[in-house]
Design a protein around this ligand. Structure first.
Ligand SMILES: [Zn+2]
Length: 491
């Protein structure tokens, strides 16, 4: 993208004055994110397979990077955003009818376990990026706990090659902090960034050695890239679920909130010591978020992400509940207790934690959402007891409906919801994406906020359906996903 083409979009930023008088065929959303009317049945939307050039017409466009919120058309030519506004149809440009839908910059997920290379029984480049596209994501950052681990320029170059050839969406790798993710010897911080990594993480584990963490944070000052941390004091975290009333009732070994909070505290102190950029993964406890909020107030260079499952599910789900917290969504029928598909790390915490985390979205402590998409093959989940089962949930295809349900319940505006899935993660990944700026690559998600669908393994693009949402009805679905103006998903 050449800089002279990056003309900031100048269109009214509030609904009302900026709206064209296109008759609304579908739903209309107010600024609290509530749906005022149901859409008509989805019409045939036109435009065969979109290959770089299309006019997306009649949608409600939300682009927080440019303060845009209103009804506009978007013209894409040769994979680039060419025009946003009231646009007449063009003879040489196919049209996609987005009436009743929202049209936003493509969503970006900062935290995905692609399992590639090394674990094709769980997920592959092809299936993981297909799940991303189906979930509305146009770019994903993949974690390095693969086999081999993403710890050298060669492995990263190979991954980027395969992503370019077989990936349906953009894939940006995160390199390890330590060689082989062993926690013993630092990776070559400079070389992996030069090879295309966007930061470093030993995710899945904490880097226990504080001196290595200090060196990584010092490298982050030099290279302006984040050290992305999974916070867990291993000695305290040998349990299988959140330690509390439910774990005691079920007789399952617990993981106390303190296991996470102790390491968040240490890493914040090291960030303060070095001035390095710390990015805290999947914060699951209210106290952990409070620690980050305090550090931000002191000027510590810290960013943080929060996951949809930690906002809408609690340890009661391990107990068998299927009520999505903090939403108005219908619950599924209760399930048997100790379903391995409720086992995740960090664990589903208390209901009070879900509420505290939502408050920390509202006060700006959290910079973005992420999915922590963690596919596992069937035998590692349902073939095991709860205590033996692998930790992790499939996330890419549910993340948006779950966070949309939070907006629908009034916990955040639709505008902020889109912001936390687009421009904010783009900033963390240092990607020039997450925007509909003229001249930007046309990464776009069109979604129908009213479309309902039932979660079944057949419905999912991921290879692994390890989710406690199986059988439940989700509301909201990406109907078109474009990467560089090219169609990579349509539903
Ligand atoms: Zn993790």
């Amino acid at each position: 993208m050449s800089p002279e083409r990056c003309v900031p979009l100048r269109v009214p930023c509030q609904s009302g004055s900026g709206k064209r008088s296109i008759p609304a065929l579908g739903s209309v959303l107010d600024f609290g994110g509530r749906f005022l009317s149901a859409p008509a049945d989805m019409p045939e939307r036109g435009a065969g397979v979109i290959d770089g050039t299309v006019l997306i017409c009649g949608g409600h466009v939300i682009d927080p990077a440019n303060g845009v919120d209103g009804q506009f058309d978007i013209l894409i030519r040769n994979g680039i955003i060419d025009q946003v506004g009231a646009i007449e149809p063009k003879d040489d440009v196919p049209e996609f009818d987005a009436a009743g839908c929202l049209v936003t910059p493509g969503w970006i997920d900062v935290h995905v376990h692609l399992r590639d290379p090394g674990f094709p029984d769980k997920e592959t480049m092809e299936t993981g990026t297909a799940a991303a596209a189906a979930g509305g994501f146009t770019a994903i950052a993949c974690m390095p706990n693969t086999r081999p681990a993403l710890d050298s320029p060669e492995v990263i170059a190979d991954l980027l090659d395969r992503a370019a050839n077989a990936g349906k969406v953009r894939v940006v790798p995160i390199a390890t902090i330590t060689r082989g993710r062993s926690g013993v010897e630092p990776a070559d911080f400079d070389a992996v960034i030069a090879a295309g990594a966007i930061g470093w993480s030993d995710d899945g584990d904490t880097t226990a050695d504080s001196a290595i963490m200090r060196r990584a944070l010092e490298a982050s000052v030099r290279l302006d890239r984040p050290v992305i941390v999974h916070c867990e004091d291993k000695a305290l975290a040998s349990g299988a679920m959140h330690e509390g009333e439910v774990s005691r009732r079920l007789g399952l070994p617990g993981i106390p909130a303190a296991a996470e909070e102790i390491i968040i505290s240490r890493d914040l102190m090291l960030a303060e010591l070095t001035g390095g950029w710390l990015h805290v993964c999947h914060v699951s406890t209210g106290r952990g978020a409070e620690l980050i909020a305090g550090a931000k107030r002191r000027g510590v260079n810290v960013t943080a992400e929060v996951m949809p499952h930690h906002l809408t599910m609690s340890d009661e789900w391990v107990g068998g509940s299927r009520t999505l917290h903090n939403t108005r969504r219908l619950a599924g029928p209760d399930a048997s207790p100790a379903d391995p598909n409720t086992k995740v790390n960090p664990p589903l915490r208390s209901v009070a934690d879900t509420r505290a985390l939502i408050e920390r979205i509202q006060d700006g402590t959290f910079d973005c959402f992420g999915t922590d998409h963690a596919p596992h093959a069937e035998p590692e989940k349902s073939g095991s007891t709860f205590e033996e089962a692998a930790m992790g949930l499939s996330g890419l295809e549910f993340a948006f409906p779950l966070t949309l349900a939070l907006a629908e319940a009034g916990h955040l505006s639709l505008y902020d919801l889109i912001r936390l899935w687009t421009v904010e993660p783009a900033r963390i990944l240092r990607e020039e994406r997450g925007t509909l700026m003229l001249g930007a690559p046309a990464d776009i998600t069109v979604f129908d906020p009213e479309r309902e669908w039932v979660v079944t393994p057949e419905e999912l693009r991921t290879r692994s359906a390890n989710t406690p949402l199986l059988g439940m009805t989700m509301k909201g679905r990406a109907v078109l996903t474009l990467v560089d103006g090219k169609e990579c998903h349509r539903a």
